[in-house]
Design a protein around this ligand. Structure first.
Ligand code: WTA
Length: 645
């Protein structure tokens, strides 16, 4: 890959952007050398405070402790709603585009305010107090946004669980953070198919005795079971609620939400984000990275169940008083033209999606794009995984007609907001490169000894100092927090990603260096899939690795060893796939199941994953050192029967 493939920012764009090259460098310098000045100015510009902070920031990366805008008081929903009402009450806040192209809705800031306040009062009437956790398990409908904001208004903490997760996955998350209220809907609708959310919630709640209230939004009017004591129809509860609920005065460091994400080991972790720093960086990046201007129609195609939906459908845009589009459906329904039809219908100016979606639409053919009018588009963005140059070129040429810059934004659930990304009027683009740090972000590359690599090179990507939207903890497990992020390299936050820095000092993400998969932009721990597979009584052992996949970026390749006397069969393969779907959700379906008579292990019994990864990727030239293997013949057998050639 050549670094000389540099695409200058399109000229018209650069002259009108918020931030040009010189401004970027000056602001970045200020953010690092005079953080007190820089952050005080940005915090006043982007946020309305009830009372000011006493100290901008303290942190200690030996332990991971961090505090931003200490003692400051604010409420996120005042910033996302109330303060816009005087000037923008009648402006659209949310455009909802349904799964069915005939269905859409426009919600003004006044309506948003009314709905959020009413729901906040409903939550209060059910006993929800400041600090309590509320689980949100919803389809992509406006009520999902109301639920998040209503929770924040009363100082409670939301935990949104992606609607594609199974009842078991939902149950684990509810129990881990002891949510006592769940907000869901009767069913979801995606690509014309119904998703039984309430039935899933019912199944999960059988094991969650502390949940006393389940608020159910009517979406499809599908038949649902009803528990009179626990279940409440959303529309009935709202009808009786008052339309003003005073916002709770929150401390800058009070928790705002928990969001579960996968790591290399064990069960998913509840990533904890707090109030002021998170909101500030979400709003700043939304404005500067997307070059958002008043009146722009902005569309992020993520689901609110992921961090991208939190920061870039809900908090960033609404804090900036933007028009944010939320889409219930899928990119290929009714056909592969859907994204671009929606762009045309709502005159979308800023469009943000994942490389996996781009690759799958690219495969469907250009006509699906060129049949639509995309002249409203001004900027394109990507997130979630490295974008391959072919997909980048197609996005740039066919979708954006070489008019729109592309921002390749690297960040994580844990970082809360963008960390590495070009600013569109300031930094020339390089296909596949996340380029430069956002204000205040200090990336470093570390070698295996934890020494900083200077100049061009490749290593482990770590961050040297706190940033406002930094993860503050793993819910209920501070030990795991330190262990996961602050122990591999003392004094640094470790991202789990590898990266390369080129001659211009620009960063290229090379992918995870730990046992985390990135399947269609969804994070998954290999350990989670393995635990699901070994639940099957016929399975003795399983090892899961990622493998190359044209559309998903990474596929799931599972090596499965059966109990002695058991035989592989197509039926067993199906059972194993469904056990993954049941335990985690459809995103965890293995693409390949390799029946392995044995797994390569060291003499101390540790599975040698490096070798399994190479065999799955059909990279056989350089298997590395196999001398520590207990039984080298195991490897020959796996190679012989490899599934990707
Ligand atoms: C990967 C999603 C390359 C990376 C916001 C990271 C990326 C993980 C990019 C976080 C990008 C995200 N280029 N890789 N632009 N953005 N990643 O927590 O491996 O779901 O660690 O957050 O996605 O995934 P998460």
């Amino acid at each position: 890959m050549s670094d000389t493939n540099v695409r200058p920012v399109p000229g018209d764009f650069a002259s009108e952007a918020h931030i040009d090259n010189e401004t970027y460098h000056e602001m970045y310098r200020c953010s690092i050398e005079e953080p007190e000045v820089f952050w005080a100015e940005q915090a006043k510009k982007f946020i309305d405070w009830e009372s000011p902070w006493s100290e901008i920031n303290t942190f200690d990366f030996m332990t991971g402790e961090a505090s931003w805008f200490t003692d400051g008081k604010l409420n996120v929903t005042v910033n996302c709603i109330d303060r816009h009402l005087a000037t923008k009450g009648d402006q659209t806040a949310i455009i909802w585009e349904g799964d069915d192209p005939e269905e859409s809705a426009y919600i003004t800031y006044n309506e948003l305010s009314e709905q959020v306040n009413k729901l906040a009062n409903v939550l209060k009437s059910r006993g929800v107090k400041r600090g309590d956790r509320v689980c949100i398990y919803m389809p992509m409908i406006q009520e999902a946004v109301y639920a998040m904001l209503a929770t924040a208004r009363i100082g409670a903490v939301h935990s949104v669980v992606f609607g594609g997760f199974s009842p078991d996955a939902l149950k684990d998350r509810i129990l881990d953070s002891d949510c006592q209220v769940v907000i869901t809907s009767d069913e979801g609708l995606r690509g014309g198919k119904k998703v039984p959310l309430k039935a899933n919630a019912d199944a999960a709640l059988r094991h969650c005795p502390n949940v006393h209230t389940c608020i159910v939004v009517e979406r499809t009017r599908g038949l649902v079971e009803w528990n009179e004591k626990r279940d409440v129809w959303y529309h009935e509860a709202i009808a009786e609620a008052k339309d003003y609920c005073p916002p709770e005065h929150m401390d800058a460091e009070d928790p705002l939400f928990i969001l579960y994400t996968s790591g290399s080991t064990g069960k998913p972790k509840g990533v904890l984000h707090t109030t002021a720093g998170y909101l500030l960086q979400a709003a700043m990046t939304h404005k500067y990275v997307f070059d958002y201007k008043e009146g722009d129609v902005y569309w992020c195609t993520a689901d609110v169940g992921w961090v991208t939906g939190h920061s870039y459908i809900v908090y960033g845009p609404l804090c900036n008083g933007a028009i944010t589009l939320i889409f219930e459906g899928v990119p290929t329904y009714p056909d592969a033209s859907r994204f671009w039809q929606v762009v045309e219908k709502h005159k979308v100016n800023i469009f943000y999606t994942a490389p996996t979606a781009i690759r799958s639409l690219m495969g469907a053919g250009d006509e699906f794009v060129t049949n639509t009018d995309r002249s409203s588009l001004r900027l394109l963005g990507t997130v979630g995984e490295p974008i391959n140059p072919e997909a980048w070129e197609w996005y740039y040429k066919v979708v954006g007609e070489e008019r729109c810059p592309i921002v390749d934004t690297w960040w994580q659930t844990e970082t809360g907001a963008h960390m590495l990304t070009p600013l569109p009027g300031a930094i020339d683009m390089k296909p596949g490169c996340a380029t430069v740090p956002f204000f205040g972000v200090q990336p470093v590359l570390l070698d295996t000894d934890g020494k900083e690599i200077e100049g061009p090179g490749e290593g482990n990507l770590a961050i040297k100092a706190s940033w406002p939207s930094q993860i503050r903890g793993v819910y209920g497990d501070m030990g795991r927090y330190q262990e996961t992020y602050f122990s591999a390299f003392k004094g640094y936050y470790f991202t789990g990603d590898g990266a390369r820095r080129d001659e211009d000092g620009h960063y290229w993400i090379t992918g995870r260096v730990d046992d985390v998969l990135n399947v269609s932009g969804h994070r998954m721990g290999t350990a989670e899939v393995e635990s699901a597979l070994v639940l099957h009584p016929k399975v003795a052992e399983a090892a899961v690795v990622g493998c190359p996949h044209d559309i998903k970026g990474q596929g799931i390749y599972a090596y499965v060893t059966l109990m002695s006397g058991e035989e592989p069969s197509d039926e067993l393969r199906k059972e194993l796939i469904s056990i993954c779907v049941k335990e985690i959700g459809p995103i965890a379906k293995p693409d390949y199941i390799h029946w392995a008579p044995g797994l390569p292990k060291t003499r101390s019994g540790k599975i040698m994953r490096r070798i399994l990864r190479k065999i799955a990727a059909n990279e056989l030239e350089n298997l590395g050192d196999t001398s520590t293997l207990a039984d080298p013949s195991v490897v020959d057998d796996l190679i012989e029967n490899r599934l990707i050639r």
